[in-house]
Unconditional design. Sequence first.
Length: 251
Amino acid sequence: MSESKLAGQFFDAAIGLLQRARDEESANIAAAGSAVADAVAAGGRLFAFGAGHSSLAAQDVVYRAGGLALMNLLAVPGAVGVDVMPATLGSALERVDGLAAAVLDSSPATAGDVLVIVSLSGRNALPVEMAKNARALGLTVIGVTSLAYARETTSRHASGTFLKDHCDIVLDSKIAVGDAELTHEGIEAPFAPASTVVTSALMQAVMAAAAEHLVARGIEPPLLRSGNVDGGHEWNGRVMTEYRDRIFFRH
């Protein structure tokens, strides 16, 4: 079977975006990694949030082999999107005023913690309010978003602001409005979204930078090992016991 021209074009587009993110966001990635390391060193906790498909990148750093054990998912019921019926409910919840405040108020997040908010468009009420309220509570907020949306679309929040306007550190995914890298004759809609690839890479780069900052300070990064490697479960058990007061995805 011959190779797919479109599949190759998608890889080329994704690689180009990853190179841009690496080169253009390096200072922001380092700053985000330093902020995460500061929280770990000071006894703080780490949280990640994303709605809809943006939740995939947030989930990617939670309870992950090779990841920081202290990273917790700040979950909003129904906002993941595809786990509810109808799936469109998830998109609707992103536009509900007051939901973010209720989630934060009932969460263990507090001053000195770090919250990474992933939102491709950054225009909906949920991520905007999440960032505003988290900063008011004294959290350090890292936003992972596409700045193109702030330039080319309008906010859906009453303030007229975007996620980027309420963050201590912003990482730009470089994704174009519409999140579709390819077009083709005979196909009416653009297709092949790359936001998950790039955003997950940005998240993992921040975690790598955090580990680098921690070891430079003489602190062993609290990393998890794969449970499918001999000794992995024992290693993870020790880490989770040592840091049990800062890990909320376990009983």
